[in-house]
Design a protein around this ligand. Structure first.
Ligand code: SF4
Length: 723
């Protein structure tokens, strides 16, 4: 269907890391159809159901469209932008003037990584607030990856990815890319990419406590015990050492610290590791040999390996395995992308990157890339004393559903003196806000892949125009943030010299615009024109003339992206070696638990916690179910489809059970991002099928050893029939 004012806009989907190209039809100012962009240079016509649902989210009648103020009854009333912004600036400033800078806490949700406008103003906002109490969704899934990259390669965003399109052996641990569409691995159409490995005569192996969608597709599934990944991976390294299968030349030429590591590896007993991880020694040995003897083998691990006690050690062990097997920087192996918009140009600036530069006040947990672990947010609000958080700003985040012990955090939010949320919805978290500032959302802004292209399996560049125009009374995320920064006395970049230049420019009519900043990154980046008119490098004008994007070719071999001055990988960073030593103690002393362990689960139609109000995302069968192995169900006396009582250290509540042999015995799985009952008054679709929040059962006091990441996998629970 089309009409005179109908047009199709080609656009990157910004819901997840896969960066699929969409063709969005707009008629009379409304999205009427979302289809795959068959000509997109990166996704070649692939999309998932979430991308198709972007129109539903855009047109959702339950979305907040005007600033809201909470009333004494707990409902909300509309107010003007001016009144809302003035109130927010005044209340935040008042809290800081009374209690100090750290009295304002900030929480960023996952969508900021797909939002170049908000990302470019993150530092400016934090510079004007001058608070150390900054939290983000990254400490639920990615801080171990950032810290590992920071220590090994010199930058948190200098992260190798599996060169899937040329690999012939893919060992996938704690990840379900057929459903997640890749994490720290930007790769649309994972099914086709994995099938291509098999068609090249290669092999796909999935290591996961559940026979996931990816595991069912793979050539082999290994059902590991939750939390055993680091032991499993380090035991594989031990096998390579014992069999003389190391790439000694690469280790000697390109790394430092191997002596420290090899001493520890020599002490690691494969049989003890096997007992801890629940994978027999023969399988560990066979997989290690297969990986190294394949023409192009690569190991990849993600979220499932990160959010347990040894999360950073598991990320490190994945890198270590690839490195000693000689797969780092090699075609078909563990390779560094060369992104067009080079976000490392920002993280290389003094003070922008690091780990443990400051610690949380109450428990002393370290920051990673500027964020404290969200597991300590509730105690920072509750615990009296200097530095106590008295006011919060949340940006596109729902920490009550996505961080551990969400019920405790909800009570903490209720005690705040002031809270402001920049968000599309009144949700389980923003319902505690005094003021909600609604963004016009991504389709009314242009888009560049500023951050996630740093994880792409092929280099590419795209600029997407706005799909719809901003209407009167609507504001982009970055416009809201910029207004707030200015009202709080800051400038748009957070750097005094740059801000004074921008201030002069503004007086001559040049408005700050984040896309212009992104354009500078593009021109200064590895594919850019360096501002030379005769260069055939990239600039924004060239991207704008290529609506389906520009392909920049396969990943480049080598280690040119390394940021350590000596150009070598540092294999023995002290914080990670300490975690290694703790694992060695556990391997020598303890026997594995026989408790039932709770793990999370990713659903294809779930984008963390926030798209369940789109009808197509919740239609069909019930999905918020506890998966239980038949043996565990029988022991607990629960039947398929029945309700059961699930108990952990912090919560006891009812769950609906699905009995399935895809679970490893002794492991149960609940998807995250559900639990919408308290948002039901404002989200009619999500509220009608609320499910339960997995983070009601997770414990904010149990954290990972190096970065303090939340432990969301391997949580001890008890399962009983309802009485
Ligand atoms: S896979 Fe991710 S980027 Fe692609 S359509 Fe789905 S949500 Fe969008």
């Amino acid at each position: 269907m089309s009409s005179a004012d109908s047009k199709v806009v080609y656009r990157t989907c910004s819901l997840c890391e896969a960066c699929c190209g969409l063709a969005i039809r707009v008629e009379s100012g409304h999205v009427t159809e979302v289809r795959p962009d068959e000509d997109d240079v990166f996704s070649h016509g692939y999309v998932c159901p979430k991308g198709i649902a972007m129109g539903e989210i855009q047109e959702d009648p339950d979305r907040v469209r005007k600033p809201l103020r909470r009333t004494p009854s707990g409902d909300f009333e509309e107010i003007s932008w001016d009144e809302a912004m003035a109130t927010v600036a005044e209340r935040l400033a008042a809290v800081q003037s009374k209690y100090g800078h750290d009295a304002v806490g900030v929480y960023y949700g996952n969508p900021i990584i797909h939002n170049h406008g908000a990302l470019s103003l993150r530092k400016a906002l934090l510079d004007v607030l001058k608070t150390h109490n900054v939290f983000s969704a990254g400490s639920q899934d990615t801080s171990p990856r950032f810290a590992t990259s920071y220590y090994l390669f010199g930058g948190s965003l200098v992260t190798p990815v599996a060169d899937l399109d040329r690999a012939t052996y893919f060992l996938c641990i704690g990840a379900n890319p057929l459903v997640s569409n890749g994490s720290a691995l930007t790769a649309p159409n994972m099914r086709a990419r994995l099938r291509a490995i098999q068609e090249r005569g290669g092999k796909v192996v999935v290591v996961d406590p559940r026979r996931t969608e990816t595991a069912r597709f793979a050539d082999e599934h290994v059902a590991i015990r939750p939390g055993g990944d680091a032991a499993f991976l380090l035991a594989m390294v031990r096998v390579l050492v014992d069999r003389g299968l190391l790439d000694d030349d690469f280790i000697a030429a390109s790394t430092t610290g191997w002596d420290d590591v090899s001493r520890r590896i020599a002490d690691l007993d494969v049989a003890a590791a096997s007992e801890l991880c629940g994978v027999d020694s023969a399988t560990i040995e066979r997989l290690a040999v297969e990986l190294v003897e394949a023409d192009a083998g690569v190991a990849y691990s993600r979220v499932g390996t990160c959010n347990n006690r040894y999360g950073t050690l598991a990320s490190y062990a994945t890198d270590l395995l690839n490195i000693v097997a000689g797969r780092l920087g090699r075609v078909g192996g563990w390779m560094f992308p060369t992104p067009a918009f080079d976000s490392t140009l920002i993280t290389r600036m003094p003070g922008s990157d690091g780990h443990a530069r400051w610690h949380s006040r109450v428990r002393g947990l370290p920051e990673t890339l500027g964020d404290l672990p969200a597991a300590c947010l509730a105690e920072e609000i509750e615990t009296e004393g200097a530095g106590q958080i008295r006011a919060m700003l949340t940006f596109a985040g729902n920490p009550i559903l996505s961080t551990p012990n969400g019920r405790r955090l909800a009570a903490a939010f209720e005690s705040l003196e002031f809270m402001v949320s920049i968000d599309l919805y009144v949700n389980e978290t923003t319902r505690y806000a005094d003021i909600i500032l609604p963004s016009a959302w991504t389709l009314k802004d242009d888009h560049v892949d500023l951050l996630v292209a740093a994880f792409a399996v092929r280099d590419f560049a795209r600029w997407s125009p706005p799909v719809l125009e901003l209407e009167d009374g609507e504001r982009s995320d970055w416009q809201i943030l910029l207004d707030l920064i200015k009202r709080l006395g800051g400038g748009p970049s957070g750097r005094p010299v740059v801000d004074s230049i921008l201030g002069v420019a503004e007086r001559f009519g040049y408005e700050f615009n984040p896309t212009k900043l992104a354009g500078y990154l593009l021109r200064l980046g590895p594919h850019g024109d360096r501002f030379m008119p005769w260069s055939d490098g990239l600039n924004l004008d060239k991207l704008k003339a290529a609506p389906h994007g520009i392909d920049l070719g396969p990943l480049r071999p080598g280690l040119a992206r390394l940021q350590h001055r000596d150009g070598r990988v540092r294999l023995a960073p002290e914080p990670i070696m300490k975690a290694f030593d703790e694992l060695m103690v556990e391997l020598r002393s303890s026997s594995p638990t026989d408790e039932v362990l709770l793990i999370g689960r990713r659903e294809l139609r779930t984008c963390n916690s926030w798209i369940h109000n789109a009808p197509s995302m919740v239609s069909g069968r019930e999905r918020c179910l506890l998966y239980v192995h038949p043996e565990d169900a029988e022991r607990a006396g629960v039947a398929d489809g029945a309700e059961a009582r699930l108990e952990s250290k912090v919560h006891s509540g009812a769950v609906r059970v699905h009995v399935t042999d895809e679970m490893r015995p002794g492991v149960v799985s609940l998807p995250h991002g559900w639990g919408h009952a308290t948002a039901a008054p404002w989200q009619s679709i999500a509220g009608a099928r609320p499910g339960v929040s997995a983070n009601d059962w997770t414990d904010d006091q149990d954290v990972e050893l190096v970065v303090g990441q939340s432990i969301l996998n391997g949580v001890p629970v008890r399962l009983n029939a309802m009485h």
